[in-house]
Design a binder for this molecule. Sequence first.
Ligand code: COA
Length: 172
Amino acid sequence: MKVSIRPENKNDYPIISMINDMAFGQENEGLLIEKLRKNKSFIKELSLVACLGNEIVGHILFFPVNIKSKEKTFKTLALAPMSVIPELQGLGIGSQLVQKGLAKAKKLGHESVIVLGHEGFYPKFGFKTAGSYQISAPFDVPENSFMALELVKDSLSTVEGTIEYPKEFNEV
Ligand SMILES: CC(C)(COP(=O)(O)OP(=O)(O)OC[C@H]1O[C@@H](n2cnc3c(N)ncnc32)[C@H](O)[C@@H]1OP(=O)(O)O)[C@@H](O)C(=O)NCCC(=O)NCCS
């Protein structure tokens, strides 16, 4: 199902929260997005909505996070959260959001993306398990669910460290 994808605007905020609540069956992700919007690192162009006509049916957010080692800090993006309304899941809308989001992130100069999510979904966009790189999650996760993607070739080849999420991720 073909959707049009555009950056969020102010009028979309309530519906974005609602779609996340519906997709996840809880309010945490909607609340997380509301909190992240107040963080100065929030990138409006990387909070994207999928529209069928005038109706928003999906959302994806890419938020800056650090890959931190003792010596160095590298910037990357976390793909989180992402949602499609339950009635329209499995029709390719999520895939279009990921593809458009990755292209936009690359265009804005970002070099890599990490994600914690369904291991059957993200590899088709080029994500590899983070264990393929020297990157680890700050909490226990199933090994194959934590993945990373280079938007720029070899951008993660010398990067080492643990992901540092902004505090908002721990507050919901
Ligand atoms: C994940 C989500 C955003 C994908 O959007 P979508 O429009 O359904 O995605 P697409 O139609 O492009 O692709 C469907 C793929 O999603 C994956 N997927 C969706 N839900 C899944 C689940 N619960 N477990 C495993 N894989 C899942 C499958 O790999 C599926 O691939 P397939 O069609 O080859 O079986 C959507 O299903 C959703 O909102 N789910 C609930 C919220 C959620 O889990 N968000 C993501 C957290 S990482």
